[in-house]
Ligand binder design. Structure first.
Ligand code: DSN
Length: 426
């Protein structure tokens, strides 16, 4: 077969873009060579609908082993009793949990999207908000931090059947114990979506949701530094609270309901090449080397946060516990939108994303904020003393938003800074 130069030339251009720039999108990362190798392997050729040793296709004896290894490794990593590693994404994992715990029209509660929540936690344009009745809790305007007393008030008033903790743009740790107490008061299921800080949680740098949440979901490609994908876990499996029984009349375990929701509920054949890459990533996450990496991610975020504060930027909640921070540009640059900042920084080879800030006066398409995270630059080998240099470059661009000469000069510095760094230096 003739090589598809059109596509491979574009892939090479993307490799160069990733290599020469400073990547600060909080949800992105650079995987290791072996994660990439597993993803690009012959496992992509295999159909394996079903679960290990219960498949609808022959020839699954090898992929049964890779999938089982992924399950065992992630259970060890998070101290979970049960895991399903098949969800194609975090949104799919969340969809499967909602389908398992709710009927169409049922009430559930998540963090307001404009306060840092996720599309799949009840946005009106996502299946979570279309099929179910979503209500929201929020952060406090003065502090930018979740007020759990207010959360409890919303829960007691709205009586959601499911409560979701977790966010896409929230820099503080979660009080899972308090959330479980709120859920227990109204007989709700508590789900923790730890997609963003999963790596910090796995290595005990943040509060552990596993003892408190009934169900935990995550993506595998953010701080976990694995392939793009999702998974569902339970610290402890439990009998479903709705009286559902198996064909033999035995009470159904929650694990059976969740497995059926993933397949055949919302997905067909699992991506066994991606599952093998997840297994490789989980193995890496268990290593001392990853522990050093994820500690550095947190240290870099704290250092970057200080660098923004020092230059007069408003950081929501005035700090960070995890790998990201949300900057409200209005304090320093009232006329510059997140969209303009994002587009201009891209010209300087610095990638961030525009983001709504709590109580934003602008729309999600323009926004008053930017979200910045350290997992990807930490993978490139950058250390805490280099965070100030990066923030200085960001500040130079935003302070000279219409000056192409300055922007080009910054791009040159960025390219020089990144020129000798591999994508994954660990
Ligand atoms: N969770 C989003 C992000 O944080 O970028 C993607 O869905």
């Amino acid at each position: 077969m003739k090589r598809d130069n059109q596509i491979f030339d574009l892939i090479e251009q993307e490799r160069r873009r990733q290599t020469s720039g400073i990547e600060l999108i909080a949800s992105e990362n650079f995987v290791s060579e072996q994660v990439m190798e597993a993803m690009g392997s012959v496992l992509t050729n295999k159909y394996a609908e079903g679960y290990p040793n219960k498949r609808y296709y022959g020839g699954c004896q090898i992929v049964d082993q890779t999938e089982q290894l992924a399950i065992e490794r992630v259970k060890t990593l998070f101290n979970a009793e049960w895991a399903n590693v098949q969800p194609h994404s975090g949104a799919q994992a969340n969809m499967a949990v909602l389908m398992s715990c709710l009927k169409p029209g049922d009430v559930f509660m998540g963090l307001d999207l404009s306060h840092g929540g996720h599309l799949s936690h009840g946005s009106p344009v996502n299946s979570s908000g279309i099929l179910y009745h979503a209500v929201a809790y929020a952060v406090e305007e003065e502090t930018g931090i979740i007020n759990y007393d207010r959360m409890e008030e919303v829960a007691l008033r709205e009586r959601p059947k499911l409560i979701i903790g977790g966010a896409s743009a929230y820099s503080r740790d979660w009080d899972w114990k308090r959330m479980r107490a709120i859920a227990d008061k109204i007989g709700a299921i508590l789900m923790g979506d730890i997609s963003h800080p999963a790596g910090l949680i796995a290595r005990k740098l943040l509060n552990d949701p596993m003892p408190y949440c009934h169900i935990v979901t995550t993506t595998t490609h953010k701080t976990l530094r694995g392939p793009r994908g999702g998974l569902i876990m339970m610290g402890k499996d439990f009998v479903n609270p709705w009286g559902l029984t198996t064909p033999k009349g035995e009470p159904k375990m929650m694990s059976q309901i969740l497995d059926s929701a993933v397949f055949p509920g919302i997905q067909g054949g699992p991506l066994e090449h991606v599952i093998a890459a997840k297994a490789v990533a989980f193995g890496e996450c268990l290593s001392d080397n990853y522990l050093a990496y994820i500690k550095q991610v947190q240290l870099n975020a704290q250092s970057m946060c200080q660098a923004f504060l020092k230059r007069g930027y408003k950081v929501i909640s005035d700090g960070t516990d995890n790998h990201l921070m949300l900057i409200d540009l209005r304090t320093k640059f009232p006329d510059i939108t997140g969209k303009l900042a994002e587009n201009t920084l891209v010209k300087a080879d610095i990638t961030i994303n525009k983001n709504m800030v709590p109580f934003d006066s602008r729309t999600p398409f323009s926004t008053s904020g930017i979200r910045v995270g350290t997992p990807a630059i930490t993978s490139r080998g950058l250390k805490e003393h280099e965070m100030d240099d990066i923030v200085a470059l960001i500040d130079e661009v935003i302070s000279n938003i219409e000056d192409n000469t300055v922007i080009e000069k910054v791009a040159g510095k960025v390219n020089e800074m990144m020129s000798f760094r591999p994508l994954n230096a660990w």
